[in-house]
Design a protein around this ligand. Structure first.
Ligand code: ADP
Ligand code: ADP
Length: 233
């Protein structure tokens, strides 16, 4: 049974007398362990859909069931709780705390989960080691390269063992070589059984995913298995 079941969701924004249908009617099932790339031109609804998938926003029509829970009509507080438990985010701009070490950045989500400092540090250390940053635990973001910063962000996204990883243009601020390195890391995380949804404008990057969903004008235009997956290793 799918980890994500989206049925005919719509999202409209009302600004004064203008109504923008950012999502018209989108249906999508994603199974545990899938690696999906979400593509489409600017304004096609990718951010709106990712915000809903990530429990930052709710649809104005239709339903979204995440890991067995209907989150379509939840309050902001209830949504935040689901988000902390079920979603790992990776952003284009890394979104790390500039004054905190890698270890503290990665351990941060565990504070909300209620773990002791000792357990938080043990788990964060293991997560950093799993992204090959065991030797950068006490470094702050400005002491790391772009690729290393994104690896810290990936470790942070994984720390709560989320149901899904949402990566929004994770290679958007990286050079080609470093982008490939980060895609290699996402492939490895996928091979460990994680579910990944990736937004990208870059066709080359999307080709690392096993399924490609293309949006246009608030609708899914195309949704197909990528039979020619590009692999880093
Ligand atoms: P994409 O991520 O594919 O560029 P978006 O989801 O950001 O697309 O936008 C889809 C449509 O919804 C666009 O027309 C955009 O201007 C509009 N939109 C997105 N967010 C908002 C918002 N918060 N308020 C009003 N309109 C929005
Ligand atoms: P991106 O192109 O990286 O997806 P956008 O510039 O489309 O980013 O959107 C940045 C933020 O602004 C998003 O949170 C989006 O929901 C919001 N937004 C997009 N379009 C509008 C709009 N027309 N009015 C208000 N907010 C918008």
């Amino acid at each position: 049974k799918p980890i994500i079941t989206i049925k005919e969701i719509g999202r409209k924004y009302v600004i004064g007398t203008e109504v923008i249908h950012a999502l018209k009617s989108v249906s999508l099932d994603i199974r545990k362990g899938e690696f999906v790339a979400l593509m489409g031109p600017s304004g096609s609804g990718k951010s709106t859909l990712m915000n809903i998938l990530g429990c930052l926003d709710t649809p104005t029509s239709g339903s979204y069931v995440l890991n067995g829970t209907d989150v379509s009509h939840m309050s902001q507080d209830a949504l935040a709780e689901v988000r902390n438990k079920e979603i790992g985010f990776v952003f284009q701009t890394f979104n790390l705390l500039p004054r905190s070490t890698s270890l503290d950045n990665v351990a941060l989500p565990l504070i909300y989960a209620g773990y002791s400092r000792k357990v938080r540090e043990q788990k964060a250390k293991a997560a950093l080691e799993s992204v090959n940053l065991g030797n950068r635990m006490d470094h702050k973001p400005n002491e790391l390269s772009g690729g290393q910063r994104q690896r810290v962000a990936v470790a942070r996204a994984l720390i709560n063992d989320p149901s899904i990883i949402l990566a929004d243009e994770p290679t958007g601020n990286l050079d080609t070589k470093t982008s490939i390195e980060i895609m290699g890391l996402l492939e490895e995380i996928h091979s460990r059984g994680n579910t990944i949804i990736l937004v990208t404008h870059e066709e080359d990057i999307a080709q690392h995913a096993h399924r490609i969903v293309r949006m246009r004008d608030g609708l899914i235009e195309n949704d197909y298995a990528n039979t020619d997956v590009k692999s880093v290793s």
